[in-house]
Design a protein around this ligand. Structure first.
Ligand code: SF4
Length: 319
């Protein structure tokens, strides 16, 4: 266990002090293994990609390599970025958090000041609460700007599945907003039940639970999925009801997965009324296009990309 809160855990730790320890006790899923192999590949190390299942390798090959990007009038070239840099965030000589920053650039502005651009590679940026303005990038931004004597930074996220950069709000380190962010980073880094006592160390549920890696071990998250009678929705109960529904849906998926494993191992899953049994059927593998390989062979192939009709997606976000 790390003796500190990792930058990627700050966003949930800000609200719930027990999330850090629970997340570190949890094993990692295949999606985390794929993500680690992809990050290693982007940093020039193909070893982990070689260890993936062929289907997983195919999937990872569809996540784009970060492109050169334009931020305001500046062009940042991917090959010029400083990559995979260990960054520590300190308050005086006390370590608050430490992690690996995927990419960073330093630019000298026309007035001679140095400005940092920091980039984090995500498989998809949808799952990151607050997007590029998240606390993880605030921690890296502060740490990296200090390290390279910059007066501010702009945070960015590269989404592998969408093959695009999203840039967040520039942070001038002398501004009140930067102070506010810094205080949030500090408070989150210290909001760790391992160092707190009594009520302060309690689990706190909310929308942030959906981003907590330790939720499957968390009694409070499980309690949310207890079935209650159907009630009329109003603005007092809507958020809690939705959270409960999301918790139930996740538990339902987990139960279905476990029943499938049981059936695969020879267990009998039988409906007593009809006598039908639940068994796997072999299906053909899904065909997919290796976009990266296609564009390498035919650079103008993106003229055939088609965008579907706009749909509607509900997510938790700032009003
Ligand atoms: S699931 Fe929610 S309440 Fe439980 S540890 Fe995670 S953030 Fe805290």
């Amino acid at each position: 266990m790390t003796p500190y809160v990792r930058p990627s855990a700050l966003g949930v730790a800000e609200f719930c002090p027990t999330s850090v320890a629970l997340s570190e006790q949890s094993g990692i899923g295949r999606s985390a293994v794929l993500s680690t192999a992809w990050h290693a590949k982007l940093a020039g190390n193909d070893t982990l990609i070689g260890e993936l299942h062929p289907e997983e390798r195919k999937e990872v090959s569809n996540w784009g390599t970060p492109s050169d990007t334009k931020v305001e009038d500046l062009t940042l070239r991917w090959e010029d970025a400083e990559k995979e840099l260990r960054v520590q965030v300190l308050e005086r000589d006390q370590l608050l958090t430490e992690g690996t920053l995927d990419a960073a650039w330093v630019v000298t502005l026309p007035d001679g000041r140095r400005w940092a651009f920091i980039g984090d590679n995500k498989r998809s940026s949808w799952g990151v609460p607050d997007g590029a303005d998240c606390l993880q990038l605030a921690a890296y931004g502060h740490g990296y700007a200090m390290l390279r004597s910059c007066v501010g930074y702009t945070p960015g996220l590269w989404s592998g599945t969408d093959s695009e950069w999203t840039w967040g709000t520039p942070v001038d380190l002398t501004s009140p907003d930067a102070l506010d962010l810094w205080l949030r980073v500090k408070r989150s880094a210290r909001n760790d039940a391992r160092n707190l006592a009594g009520d302060k160390a309690r689990a706190v549920t909310g929308e942030h639970c959906r981003h907590c890696w330790g939720r499957m071990r968390c009694p409070e998250w499980h309690a949310l999925s207890e079935v209650s009678e159907v009630v009329e929705i109003d603005s007092d109960n809507a958020a809690n009801l939705l959270l409960r529904a999301q918790s139930m849906a996740e538990h339902a998926e987990r139960i279905k997965d476990n029943v499938k494993v049981f059936a695969e191992r020879g267990g009998v899953v039988k409906d007593p009324a009809t006598g039908k049994v639940y068994l796997p059927t072999v299906t053909r593998g899904r065909e997919s296009l290796d976009k990266e390989a296609l564009l390498k062979a035919h650079p103008d192939a993106n003229q055939f990309w088609r965008a579907g009709k706009p749909g509607q997606m509900f997510t938790w976000r700032k009003p």
